[in-house]
Design a protein around this ligand. Structure first.
Ligand code: BLA
Length: 260
């Protein structure tokens, strides 16, 4: 379902930036689960360029059960650009949830005007993808912008509306980043670095995917994937660490409580 998005992301980034591969622990790069009735595969990619310190994307293919494309673009610390956040999920043809946003690191007026207002013109052409749904896991006022795309939708809308919207968001994002001059002010760089770290911690603490990863790939793998790949500037909570130590017990449990 989301393969065309992955291909477009790669094409666009490879043609506009000088990408270097960032190696991923082979255990985390690819996994296959045969735990449920349907096999599930998870594969990830990671790159960097002078403008982007981390580009990561992940595809989960569990056939008809689940197709997920998740990605974050982290600019280098000299740029205070928002992160580009992508989370597209399809559980069968019926339950499709898509989220796409320029995720602001700061929220002062000057920042929002410079980096978020330019998104409005695109957002306004995709009303059907901006549904103002309530957030159950995250706080919309924290790392989301007023112009995020967030929708429960269907397969036709994914092709006809989300794909063009995705291309426009990504194009604007790349153009904006290319036109910026990085700061060399150490104080600003320290603030940006801290904001990235806070984003990773916040996201790792709240990630609604934890249950899904546990059910397919086990608790230990999930914690490692979360803290060493997805949000590597985060640290696991003490309770999560304690759980890993008693993992053999908790794994069969998480399988039973999985809701996927
Ligand atoms: C929701 N994201 C979700 C859900 C899952 C994931 C399982 C819950 C769906 C439901 O309501 O049933 C899945 N999240 C993942 C996966 C990864 C992940 C597979 O991090 C990693 C591979 N989430 C992001 C990013 C954004 C994001 C970058 O990872 C930003 C665009 C947004 N996901 C996001 C939002 C929701 C969501 C806003 C709805 C959560 C809510 O209601 O609070």
């Amino acid at each position: 379902m989301f393969q065309p998005f992955l291909r477009h992301l790669e094409q666009e980034l490879f043609s506009r930036f000088e990408l270097k591969s960032r190696p991923i622990d082979p255990e985390l790069e690819f996994q296959m689960s045969k735990r449920g009735k349907n096999p599930a595969m998870i594969e990830s990619w990671c790159y960097q360029s002078p403008e982007l310190r981390k580009i990561r994307y992940t595809y989960i293919n569990a056939g008809k059960m689940a197709q997920i494309f998740n990605s974050v673009l982290y600019p280098s610390y000299g740029y205070d650009m928002p992160l580009l956040g992508i989370d597209f999920l399809a559980f069968g043809q019926k339950k499709i949830l898509v989220v796409l946003d320029f995720q602001p690191l700061f929220r002062d007026e000057g920042y929002m005007e410079k980096y978020i207002e330019p998104v409005k013109a695109i957002r306004d052409r995709y009303d059907e993808l901006a549904q103002d749904l309530p957030m159950r896991f995250y706080d919309a006022a924290q790392y989301f912008s007023p112009y995020l795309l967030f929708a429960k939708t269907d397969a036709d809308t994914v092709v006809n509306s989300l794909l063009p919207a995705f291309k426009e968001y990504l194009d604007l994002y790349c153009t904006m980043l290319k036109n910026l001059k990085p700061t060399d002010d150490p104080e600003r760089i320290a603030k940006i670095t801290q904001a990235h770290k806070d984003y990773d911690q916040y996201s790792a603490d709240r990630d609604p995917a934890a249950g899904l990863f546990n059910s397919y790939f086990g608790h230990e793998w999930s914690e490692q994937f979360l803290h060493e790949f997805l949000f590597e500037e985060s640290t696991p909570s003490e309770s999560a660490k304690a759980e890993i130590e008693t993992d053999s017990a908790s794994e069969s449990e998480s399988e039973q409580t999985a809701n996927v």
